[in-house]
Design a protein. Structure first.
Length: 241
């Protein structure tokens, strides 16, 4: 039995972390038995979630978890797509994880209203005297990270313009298809659903999320993915007919 350490359902999503969402979709696609436990970040192998425990092995980072499932258990996440299609899928994954993700955490962690409604909850289990300092420290760390990456140096209008361009591209890619690469779900969809559902979640106030929710192809895709892989959760939003 594989154990996935994440948050469990929060904010209308399967997990607070888009990478924990991605990992759970990969586990569902694998067909392997697994369970979900709430992560204690003091025990996180790399200081981040998710991570899994598979027998005696502890693997963190969703990319390494995917590789582990492929090599240790012989899982093929390719969905019978061609090498060309999978190469295009890898490029899309990198855009999602190394580009859009930083706009997501910038909005979620650094906008005061979103932080108070969302990530600030992570610290509620701590002693009262530690909550404030640790919240400040984590926001400071996040601000420094997005500045070093470059997103934090942009003006709000510049951020929104870049996000819109990426979302427009994804809308064009998925047009007329049930899944990101075509008619069959594959590992790329685990990444896309994790990042895009997190960005689109109506729980947070977000111009980026509002723009994404207005895209009918992506909106329908995310609604289908949530209904297919997490039917126990309320609909992310009503699918577009």
């Amino acid at each position: 039995m594989i154990t996935l350490y994440g948050t469990g359902p929060m904010w209308g999503l399967p997990h607070a972390s888009p990478f924990a969402i991605k990992t759970e979709v990969l586990l569902k696609l694998s067909g392997l038995p697994y369970e979900v436990k709430r992560a204690d970040m003091r025990r996180a192998p790399r200081g981040k979630m998710p991570w899994i425990v598979d027998g005696a092995e502890v693997i963190s980072d969703s990319r390494l978890i995917k590789a582990h499932l492929e090599t240790r258990h012989g899982i093929d996440f390719g969905g019978d797509y061609s090498a060309r299609a999978l190469g295009q899928g890898l490029a899309i994954e990198r855009m999602l994880e190394d580009h859009l993700y930083f706009f997501l955490i910038d909005e979620r962690w650094l906008q005061p209203d979103n932080f108070a409604a969302g990530p600030a909850q992570f610290f509620e289990a701590l002693p009262v005297l530690l909550r404030g300092p640790l919240r400040w420290a984590m926001r400071h760390k996040t601000r420094r990270m997005v500045r070093l990456q470059g997103t934090g140096l942009l003006r709000p209008a510049e951020k929104l313009a870049l996000v819109r361009r990426a979302i427009d591209g994804l809308e064009a890619v998925i047009a007329g298809q049930n899944y990101l690469l075509g008619g069959r779900v594959c590992g790329v969809d685990a990444t896309a659903y994790g990042i895009l559902a997190s960005m689109a979640a109506p729980y947070f106030r977000s111009e980026q999320g509002a723009y994404l929710r207005a895209k009918p192809e992506l909106r329908g895709y995310l609604a289908r993915m949530q209904a297919e892989f997490f039917p126990e959760l309320p609909p992310l939003f009503t699918p577009v007919a």
